[in-house]
Write a protein that binds this ligand. Structure first.
Ligand SMILES: [Zn+2]
Length: 380
C-alpha cells in the first residue's frame, strides 16, 4: 500500500541502500522478472507518522491512574513528573527504540524542557519538536515566549516550533502575543477539547477545572464565562496563516468543526484514541470529522496515558469503534496526513520515488482488512 496511489496486489518496491524508494512495480512488470526479490507475506506500507507524543514523559508509564478525567490526570502529571534525569533519559531511549521498532518514522513531539534533545539527535526517527507555552496568568505572556525560545535553541539544528499547550493553560494575551513573534513556517500543535470540562470552564466558568486552578494556585480572575467551547477560546487568537494541529478533539462536535472551517484556518485534527480511553474513557466522534471532510492524523500521546507507542494499536481502536472503515482510509491518516501536517511529506508518509519513508510490514492481515492479531514488522 503506497498510500498516495492505490494498493498493488503482489507489488514490488525497490529501495537503494539508504532506503530511498527507486520504484514501485506490478508483479508482472518485465523490469523485475530477472531480479532477485525478497518476498513478504502481509501488507507493505511506508513508516508511520506519530502526530503527537511527549517523549520526556516516557518514565511515567503506569504512574498515573486511568479513568480519572483530564483535570485530575493533569494534576497527577504536574506533581509527579519530576525524576532523576538519568531515569528520564533511559526511559526516553527505550521509548524511542520501541517507536522505531513499531514502524514509526517521524514524530510530532511536545516538550517543556530540552531534556529530549540529545536522544532525538541520535535517533533513527525524525522528530519535529513542539516547545510548549504554558501561562494562564496574562502577566507572564512575554517571559513565557522568551523561555520557550531559549528551550528551542537547545534543539538546533533539529526541527522545532513553539506552540501554545492548550486553551485552558494559555491566556488570550499569550496566544495573541504570538502574532509577530513566530514566522509563517511555525506549526502550532494545541491540545483541544480533550475533556468536556474544558468546554464547561469557558462556557460557564464551572466544572473540574475550577478545582484544578485552585489546587495549583492559578488565578482565574481574568476569565468570564463566554458561552463558547474551548476551541473558540484558542484558535482565533493565533496568527491566521500558521498551520495548526488540534490534538485529541474528544469533545469536538460538528458545530466546532464548522466554526474552524468558517474562520478559514489551516487545521489538521490529530486523534489519540488509546490515550482518550485511558483518561476520559471515550474516543472522539470520528464520523463527524469524516462527514465534514476534515484532515485527520494519528498520535499515540505519551506513556503517561498509554501503555504502547504504536500507531497500529491506535488504528485497531479506531476500527473497533467505527464500522465500515477501510485500512486505505485510516492508513492515510497514520502516514501521509501526519507527514503533511508536520511539513515532512517531501521525505515521509508514502511509498513514492525519491522519498525515504521507511518500509513496514503488517502481518496477520485478512487481505487488506486489519485484524486484532495484526502486527508490525519493520523491514527498512
Ligand atoms: Zn499531549
Amino acid at each position: 500500500m503506497p498510500v498516495t496511489t492505490p494498493p498493488i496486489k503482489g507489488g514490488v518496491v525497490a529501495l537503494d541502500e539508504n532506503g530511498v524508494v527507486l520504484g514501485l512495480y506490478e508483479a508482472s512488470d518485465p523490469q523485475i522478472q530477472e531480479k532477485e526479490l525478497i518476498r513478504h507475506e502481509g501488507v507493505l506500507i511506508p513508516g508511520f507518522v506519530n502526530g503527537h507524543c511527549h517523549l520526556e514523559l516516557s518514565h511515567m508509564k503506569e504512574k498515573v491512574p486511568a479513568g480519572t478525567g483530564l483535570a485530575e490526570f493533569l494534576s497527577v502529571v504536574m506533581t509527579s513528573r519530576a525524576a532523576d534525569p538519568e531515569v528520564v533519559k533511559k526511559a526516553m531511549i527505550e521509548a524511542d527504540q520501541q517507536m522505531f521498532a513499531n514502524g514509526i518514522q517521524a514524530v510530532g513531539d511536545h516538550v517543556n524542557s530540552a531534556i529530549s534533545a540529545e536522544v532525538k539527535a541520535e535517533s533513527s526517527i525524525c522528530y519535529h519538536t513542539f516547545v510548549e507555552l504554558i501561562g494562564f496568568d496574562p502577566e507572564v505572556a512575554e517571559e513565557r515566549v522568551d523561555q520557550a525560545r531559549d528551550t528551542e535553541y537547545h534543539f538546533e539544528p533539529q526541527r522545532t516550533s513553539i506552540t501554545p499547550h492548550a486553551a485552558y493553560s494559555c491566556s488570550k494575551k499569550l496566544l495573541r502575543s504570538l502574532a509577530g513573534k513566530v514566522d509563517a513556517n511555525n506549526i502550532f500543535s494545541i491540545h483541544n477539547q480533550e475533556s468536556e470540562e474544558e468546554n464547561k470552564f469557558f462556557r460557564y466558568k464551572k466544572g473540574a477545572f475550577i478545582d484544578f486552578y485552585a489546587k495549583h494556585n492559578i488565578s482565574i480572575d481574568h476569565i468570564t464565562a463566554n458561552g463558547k467551547n474551548a476551541i473558540q477560546n484558542s484558535v482565533q487568537f493565533l496568527p491566521g496563516g500558521n498551520r495548526t494541529i488540534l490534538v485529541h478533539n474528544t469533545y469536538t462536535g460538528p458545530k466546532d468543526l464548522d466554526y474552524v472551517t468558517r474562520i478559514g484556518r489551516d487545521v489538521y485534527y490529530c486523534l489519540c484514541p488509546k490515550a482518550n480511553v485511558y483518561i476520559e474513557g471515550r474516543v472522539p466522534k470520528i464520523q463527524s470529522f469524516m462527514l465534514s471532510k476534515q484532515k485527520l492524523m494519528i498520535g499515540t500521546d505519551s506513556f503517561a496515558s498509554n501503555d504502547t507507542l504504536d500507531i497500529l494499536e491506535e488504528l485497531k481502536v479506531i476500527h473497533s469503534h467505527v464500522e465500515g472503515l477501510t485500512l486505505e482510509t485510516t492508513l492515510a491518516w497514520a502516514t501521509i496526513n501526519g507527514a503533511r501536517a508536520l511539513k515532512l511529506d517531501d521525505k515521509y508518509g508514502s511509498l513514492e520515488v525519491g522519498k525515504m519513508p521507511g518500509l513496514v510490514l503488517i502481518e496477520n492481515m485478512e487481505g487488506l482488512s486489519l485484524t486484532p492479531r495484526a502486527k508490525v514488522l519493520r523491514i527498512v
